[in-house]
Design a protein around this ligand. Structure first.
Ligand SMILES: C[S@@+](CC[C@H](N)C(=O)[O-])C[C@H]1O[C@@H](n2cnc3c(N)ncnc32)[C@H](O)[C@@H]1O
Length: 322
């Protein structure tokens, strides 16, 4: 019988949320940290984005994972027969880890780390009903910080799908990889899904869907600030904008003020000129040699690389050089 434990980690107090928001909006250019997209509603919007045909990242990675899981099963078999733990960073709805669980029967413990509390607990309950023998630990935690895991696992495989690493800039991505090594411990692996550089039109469509789902996801951060930080953003007064910035190799997502306006957040006024933007998210794209170098700088070497057709997406198996 599996057990589900919730680790009650205090993620961010209201004060931390408020100070992050005020710091970002008092900067020039204005920014907001993308981790605040993800309350229960934001996680639901992200799932809706994943079902859009133009958001190729989700389905392309999902299609590649059965091959990856089979290869990984052979690879791990040679290395360790004694039981394995998977630790998923930014676990979301847990729709991808099942591929690994089915292909690698030695996995006996699963730790799911995510910042979106309610969504994580509900996804773990669903997984628990499907894998009754698996011990599952949901962990509400900011994955950019190292974590002391409560299991006493022998070999751990980190799992970081969805190209979530693309939401971190290069320095933050290196820091994440360093911290992941601390969390996972010696002799660990990291299986990581990373989006590749490709034609601008494909990227443009992926982040600008015609149904407006990505726009709702983007604006959810304002809705959340209104609700949790006593603010008065008018959502209709901001427009969703996403474009590829070739110089930086990233898709940028912005919320652009459609008029000059003053918004109050917990009593503090924030001025917007017409056309001024809040930079809400980056999604960095990597050619495989670029990502190999980034991983190497953080002490990881690439053991295997799987590429989707037309190099649309890449999954790397990294091994830490302890
Ligand atoms: C792009 S989604 C990917 C979801 C899922 N892994 C997938 O591949 O479909 C990013 C996930 O990471 C979570 N997340 C974002 N920033 C986080 C942070 N700093 N710490 C923990 N979780 C975070 C979000 O709640 C969300 O579930």
């Amino acid at each position: 019988m599996s057990q589900t434990h919730a680790i009650a980690n205090d993620l961010h107090t209201d004060n931390e949320f408020l100070s992050d928001v005020l710091n970002g909006l008092n900067s020039s250019p204005k920014t907001l940290p993308p981790k605040y997209f993800y309350d229960a509603k934001g996680s639901q919007y992200f799932d809706d984005i994943c079902s859009l045909p133009d958001y190729y990242l989700y389905q392309t990675e999902l299609d590649l994972l059965p091959i990856v899981a089979q290869d990984l099963a052979k690879h791990i078999k040679q290395q360790d027969e004694s039981g394995l733990e998977i630790v998923e960073f930014g676990a979301g709805s847990l729709r991808k880890v099942g591929m690994l669980l089915r292909a690698i029967p030695q996995i006996n413990h699963f730790t799911a780390i995510d910042i979106s509390h309610e969504h994580l607990i509900s996804a773990c309950r669903t997984l628990e009903s499907q894998y009754r023998e698996l011990s599952i630990t949901p962990c509400v935690h900011d994955f950019t910080k190292p974590l002391k895991l409560c299991s006493t696992a022998r070999t751990r495989i980190g799992f970081f799908p969805g190209s979530t690493i693309g939401n971190l800039n290069h320095r933050e991505a290196e820091e994440f990889l360093n911290n992941a090594a601390l969390t996972l411990g010696k002799h660990s692996y990291l299986l990581i899904g990373v989006d590749t550089k490709k034609s601008e039109s494909v990227l443009q469509r992926a982040y600008n869907d015609t149904k407006g789902v990505t726009a709702k996801f983007n604006k959810n951060i304002l809705h959340r600030i209104n609700r949790e930080l006593d603010a008065n953003f008018s959502l209709e007064s901001f427009g969703h904008q996403a474009f590829y910035n070739a110089e930086h190799g990233r898709v940028e997502m912005h919320l652009r003020s459609l008029k000059s306006q003053t918004v109050f957040i917990s009593g503090e006024p924030i001025e917007f000129t017409r056309g001024e933007s809040i930079h809400t998210e980056n999604s960095y794209k990597y050619h495989p040699p670029e990502f190999n170098q980034l991983a190497k700088r953080s002490g990881w070497s690439t053991e295997k690389l799987w590429l989707a057709p037309q190099d649309q997406f890449a999954i790397y198996l990294l091994k830490h050089r302890d």
